[in-house]
Design a protein around this ligand. Structure first.
Ligand SMILES: O=C(CCC(O)(O)[C@H](Cc1ccccc1)NC(=O)c1ccccc1)N[C@@H](Cc1ccccc1)C(=O)O
Ligand SMILES: [Zn+2]
Length: 632
């Protein structure tokens, strides 16, 4: 055993130098595969992955030899402790190869799946099936896409997933964890994690129950009583999204005040011939307006911003890439010119900003304070951008000159001073010159409720979905859910937390959870649930730093250098400090809290409660059985 801290530092130095090479080669090979799915590229990726695993095994086993209890430098202790978990690299060579092959099979099946019309074209998920789920109001068409996707993906993955669970748990055991769920949860460095999560969920449930009751009534109005039971669960194919995780696309069906509809930004974008590259430029402008880092030229050269037109098979699910060489960062996204994709690009740019901020840290610390921090960065900017979007909807622009981001708007949140709304994004929407507008009044209460409803359909609808995704997988990993009941247990959770029913009867031939990217790609999901809470806490703190006064939902930190500095100082830390310490730097608190989220939606909750009482709505779904349409 080694006791010498100097030796440990040299060991870590050596790790860093070699890791940058091994990791960037692995990332390059993986990038080549997901942007051009071929057998050859898969073999090359699997080869580089096994190189990376050998590297992790070499350093992970040796890191164990250091007795760090008497070490002085906290960084050295934290770095060594992070090397101990080597994940799947702990598996014996042959099982590791099998594991990597089944991971590639699941992710590739998802990425290449299509649903074919009887005679005629086959539709991939992005953009075609997503488009149907978002825009169709014909429940038969929605059912066709919903069922077709699950037949094409979920059913194909069922057997592989069972083997994936076994090998995952074996890898977790070899790293000293009771199952893979325990290994995933360990990333949050908290003994009380599961209780804390349940507490957060309970605090947010009233918001969700009121939204669910209100939306159910609206769908009852549109689809009629034969489809919607006003005291029952909602059929899962009617919510405007393939997984019913976000309900933004049925805003038109549920808009509280239809006489004051928000402007259709997608329409404006299309009418102005926006291109994907412009959408990325706008997102980057938001970060640089905060005084944060811009992307290097290689980002624009190497990213994949659209589905390739040359017939290549690609993985379309959006992702941001750090090549761990301090200079190569990319986004892969099959961008469509829609406002949903514009906000998704803000999310991806948030990942890129984190990479840029922590690029000089040891490779081991080049990660978020915890996985939820990584997800929250882009989403907190999206909150301003959507609020920003809100300002766009209202055409709140009177400025004579196009904002050059000059100081005189320093730290005064434009949102409360309509006269100084963000010219940049609006001007680009209005093509160049920001036209001067007469000062427009602040939004009417009706428009305010409409706006909050549009944000709630994304954020509040997402609460139970993002919570149950890993509740399901933790139970699968710990054996509570056995493989012969995977699908019925999935739908039990979907009923219990989301108040949803499958539109048609499901069997154990189906594997509906596999129809969601993160389950086929073995990407944990708890990060998104916690990001929901964190992004509002961050938003509140950044808004305060920007000098914003007034309601939180009207805050928009665009151009605030103070907000940018506060955020930057946190991102620079990467995962070098325990996340409560990092949280305290930005919010002053060491605990996650739903207070900011509740504050943001308070006006909407008041309106929903009044509306639901007026309609005599039942909160929840006491008629819990899923009824199915008689075959007509
Ligand atoms: O999956 C995403 C966005 C993709 C991502 O940026 O989170 C991506 C997911 C991913 C893809 C491949 C491998 C691993 C993870 N994450 C990243 O690109 C990423 C994450 C951490 C560090 C660096 C990059 N969003 C989730 C949840 C969500 C988030 C925000 C708004 C709406 C919905 C979803 O669509 O269900
Ligand atoms: Zn993300």
């Amino acid at each position: 055993r080694f006791y010498n801290e100097t030796v440990a530092k040299a060991f870590l130095q050596f790790y860093d130098q070699t890791a940058q090479i091994v990791w960037s080669q692995f990332m390059e090979a993986t990038w080549n595969y997901v942007t051009n799915i071929t057998k050859k590229n898969r073999e090359e990726m699997l080869h580089k992955d096994s190189e990376r695993s050998k590297h992790m095994l070499y350093f992970g086993t040796r890191a164990r030899l250091f007795k760090t209890s008497r070490f002085q430098d906290p960084d050295v202790k934290r770095l060594l402790s992070k090397l101990l978990n080597i994940d799947k690299a702990a598996l014996p060579q042959d099982e590791l190869r099998e594991y990597n092959q089944l991971l590639a099979y699941m992710e590739t099946t998802y990425s290449m799946a299509q649903v074919c019309l009887n005679e005629g074209p086959c539709m991939p998920l992005e953009p075609d099936l997503q488009e149907v789920m978002a825009t169709s109001r014909d429940q038969k068409e929605l059912l066709w896409a919903w069922q077709g996707w699950r037949d094409a993906v979920g059913r194909q993955l069922r057997i592989t997933f069972e083997r994936y669970v076994q090998l995952s748990n074996k890898a977790a055991n070899l790293n000293g964890y009771k199952d893979m769920g325990a290994l995933w949860r360990s990333k949050y460095e908290s003994e009380t994690l599961e209780d804390d999560l349940e507490q957060l969920y309970q605090e947010l449930q009233p918001l969700y129950l009121n939204l669910h009751a209100y939306v159910r009534r609206a769908l009852h109005r549109h689809y009629g009583p034969e489809l919607i039971d006003p005291r029952g669960p909602i059929p899962a194919h009617l919510l405007g999204n393939m997984w019913a995780q976000s309900w933004v696309n049925i805003l038109d069906l549920v808009l509280p005040f239809p006489k004051k509809p928000p402007e259709d930004i997608t329409k404006i974008m299309k009418s102005q011939h926006w291109k994907p590259s412009k959408m990325f430029e706008e997102a980057e402008k938001f970060f640089t307006s905060l005084g944060m880092l811009s992307t290097p030229p290689s980002f624009w050269k190497n990213s994949m911003m659209e589905r390739p037109a040359d017939g290549r098979e690609v993985e379309c699910h959006a992702s941001a890439w750090d090549f761990y060489n301090g200079r190569d960062f990319r986004i892969k996204k099959c961008t469509e010119v829609t406002v949903e994709d514009l906000l998704s690009i803000f999310h991806q740019m948030g990942h890129i900003q984190y990479f840029l901020q922590y690029r000089n840290l040891s490779v081991i610390f080049r990660a978020g304070a915890n996985p939820a921090f990584e997800e929250a960065v882009g989403s907190v900017i999206t909150l301003s951008a959507s609020s920003h979007k809100y300002l766009l909807n209202r055409g709140l622009l009177s400025h004579q000159h196009q904002d050059s981001g000059d100081g005189n708007q320093e730290d005064r949140s434009r949102a409360t001073k309509p006269e100084a709304a963000a010219p940049a994004l609006w001007a680009s929407l209005k093509g160049g010159r920001a036209r001067s507008h007469p000062l427009t009044a602040p939004p009417s209460p009706e428009e305010e409720v409409n706006f909050l409803m549009s944000v709630a359909l994304e954020k509040i609808a997402f609460i139970p979905f993002s919570y149950l995704m890993d509740l399901f997988r933790w139970k699968v990993f710990d054996g509570t859910i056995q493989k012969d009941v995977y699908n019925q247990e999935w739908w039990n959770l979907r009923l219990k937390y989301q108040g949803l029913c499958p539109p048609i009867p499901r069997t154990e031939e189906d594997f509906d959870p596999g129809a969601k990217f993160h389950i086929s790609a073995s990407v944990p999901y708890l990060r998104y649930f916690l990001s929901l809470v964190l992004q509002f806490q961050f938003h509140e703190s950044l808004c305060k730093a920007s000098g914003h006064i007034g309601p939180l939902h009207r805050c928009d930190i665009y151009n605030s250098k103070k907000a940018g500095k506060l955020l930057e100082d946190v991102l620079k830390l990467g995962s070098s400090k325990p996340w409560p310490e990092v949280l305290q730097k930005i919010t002053g608190q060491t605990q996650m809290s739903t207070k900011a989220l509740m504050t943001y939606f308070k006006p909407l909750l008041n309106w929903l409660v009044t509306e639901n009482v007026r309609q005599g709505e039942i909160l929840g779904w006491p008629d819990f059985s899923c009824t199915f349409e008689e075959k007509d």
